[in-house]
Write a protein that binds this ligand. Structure first.
Ligand SMILES: [Zn+2]
Length: 168
């Protein structure tokens, strides 16, 4: 049933449509319905599988790939994820492929031969109203020095809002 899970990982890369094989719920993890999409909406994904580990990553590859100081991932079982829409990929390091929307470039997920049983989807693509709290942050040695404690910064309502318009 779950043969695709154990196929050589190089075959899974480039698999169009369904990212994994057939669904095979694992014991000990709650099944969670998740959906998400890219900026232009041409790539969307859904999962009915367990969410096994959510991380915030500070590594340089993630920072440069996403043009953001850090990024957050939800880790899912490949066989529980279905993707629609076309993606391209960039091999950021040997055996690690970062997939992004062919139309506007939103990073959607990455897979690595190091972790064949995992697909890490960018949590920022989750649909509004779905929360996936991170459980840890990794590669802290690469953390940007210029953005410490963003939640402590004053919040403004919009780009052009004056500082006095700060919200708590
Ligand atoms: Zn990273």
């Amino acid at each position: 049933m779950a043969s695709a899970v154990h196929a050589p990982s190089t075959r899974r890369f480039g698999f169009r449509g369904r990212i994994g094989g057939t669904q095979s719920p694992s014991r000990g993890h709650e099944m969670t319905a998740l959906t998400g999409n890219c900026l232009c909406g041409r790539v969307s994904w859904s999962s009915l599988g367990p969410v096994t580990h959510n991380l915030v990553c500070h590594c340089e590859d993630c920072r440069r790939a996403t043009s953001s100081p850090f990024t957050a991932f939800v880790r899912l079982k490949p066989e529980s994820v279905v993707r629609t829409g076309d993606v391209n990929h960039f091999e950021s390091s040997r055996g690690t492929q970062r997939r992004f929307c062919r139309n506007w470039g939103t990073r959607v997920y990455f897979r690595s031969e190091k972790w064949p049983g995992a697909i890490r989807i960018h949590a920022a693509t989750l649909d509004d109203g779905i929360d996936c709290l991170p459980t840890a942050q990794v590669v802290l040695r690469s953390r940007t020095s210029w953005l410490e404690g963003p939640h402590a910064l004053p919040g403004c309502r919009d780009f052009d809002a004056p500082p006095k318009d700060a919200v708590p």
